[in-house]
Design a protein around this ligand. Structure first.
Ligand code: 13P
Ligand code: SF4
Length: 346
């Protein structure tokens, strides 16, 4: 399989660029021309001149690449079943219903909608059209500052944890945050609660990161004195507040790379990345383990297999584009506006 992928990739040359998210398995990531977090991969997608962008990641990432790509470029997701359970927790109809209720209460005009990258292109467009933007875990704080410079309130979609962690780090007290449950009238809040909230958090989460618990941090503190706990901001607030550092996948990687020899880390993020970091840094005497002993797998990222990658490449050689991801023209414009704003914010 390796030989077939390598040979198809070589034959396609500069016509194809392979982007790989850090959660991809080793057998796939070794063929990526660029590895990165969501932010970095969006930047690359907006700059590459390749005709075909093969995105080894999940659906919302491929959609964003299509929105950011140039005329004539085509984006391929090797397995279309590679979705994201968090992105599935908000659909555009639910978001529109939420906004209508905020309008009825007179709250919407003081609110900017801000969506995490992990959402559909339609939700990104919804935010762009209403003056809001997209953010990733690496620039969420900048996006919050950007939004608060123009509005009193933020509606944050769809990850309650990233929203809560970001707002809390900016000094916003919990009492000024409300959680919006899309299955309840007014999201399960009283109108007064929504009026007094500065941040309204959509009730979504990552099924991988939400599994990390405060007791996992306690266990590490007990058994590995001196070990640093570093976590992704999709983890619960109770976990993040006990951690030594919080960061996007790129940031977590950098923290370990920059640490002195012999340092040790318990990492709260997807297991493929944690295992890779453990292997890469073992020769420097750095000890890297998963914060949760059982390790958390992102099953949707895992759907991209070497076989799917091989099939995508060999099909291109035969002149066929398989599993192309395209965002409808009507959605593209405002999604692009929201993504361009994201790329301006650090
Ligand atoms: P990063 O942007 O930090 O890579 O995160 C993407 C993601 O889906 C994490 O679950
Ligand atoms: Fe989605 Fe969580 Fe997987 Fe990231 S780790 S792609 S948020 S399910």
């Amino acid at each position: 399989m390796d030989a077939r992928i390598a040979s198809a990739k070589q034959a396609l040359g500069s016509d194809v660029v392979i982007l790989g998210h850090h959660y991809q398995r080793d057998e796939v990531i070794r063929f990526a021309d660029f590895c990165g977090d969501s932010y970095r991969l969006s930047q690359v997608a907006s700059q590459t001149g390749a005709r075909y962008i093969i995105f080894c990641g999940v659906h919302f990432m491929a959609e964003s690449a299509d929105v950011l790509s140039r005329e004539g470029q085509q984006v391929i997701l090797p397995d279309l079943n590679a979705g994201c359970s968090m992105a599935d927790m908000a659909n555009i109809a639910e978001v529109e219903a939420c906004w209508e209720q905020l309008e009825q209460l007179g709250i919407a005009r003081a609110t900017l909608p801000l969506t995490y990258m992990n959402s559909t292109a339609a939700i990104k467009a919804f935010c762009g059209e209403r003056g809001g933007l997209v953010c990733t875990s690496s620039n969420a704080a900048g996006a919050f500052r950007w939004a608060f410079a123009q509005a009193q309130k933020i509606l944050f979609l769809p990850d309650q944890h990233l929203g809560r962690n970001t707002a809390f780090a900016m000094g916003i007290p919990m009492a000024e945050m409300a959680v919006w449950d899309p299955f309840m009238i007014y999201g399960g809040n009283s109108p007064e609660r929504l009026r007094s909230a500065r941040v309204i958090l959509w009730k979504g989460h990552c099924s991988v990161h939400q599994r990390f618990l405060p007791e996992h941090v306690d266990r590490v503190r007990r058994h590995f004195p001196g070990m640093q706990v570093i976590v992704h901001p999709e983890c619960r607030w109770e976990v993040c507040r006990q951690a030594d550092a919080i960061g996007s996948t790129d940031r977590l990687i950098k923290i370990i790379a920059d640490a002195p020899r012999g340092s040790s880390f318990a990492v709260g993020t997807e297991i493929h990345l944690v295992n890779r970091l453990a292997r890469q840094h073992a020769p420097e005497g750095k000890h890297v383990i998963s914060l949760d002993e059982s390790g958390c797998l992102c099953t949707t990222m895992f759907r991209i297999s070497p076989q799917h990658l091989c099939w995508s490449l060999e099909s291109l050689l035969e002149g066929e584009v398989v599993n192309q991801v395209t965002v409808p023209v009507g959605v593209k414009h405002w999604a692009r506006v929201a993504l361009d704003r994201m790329l301006q914010v650090q």
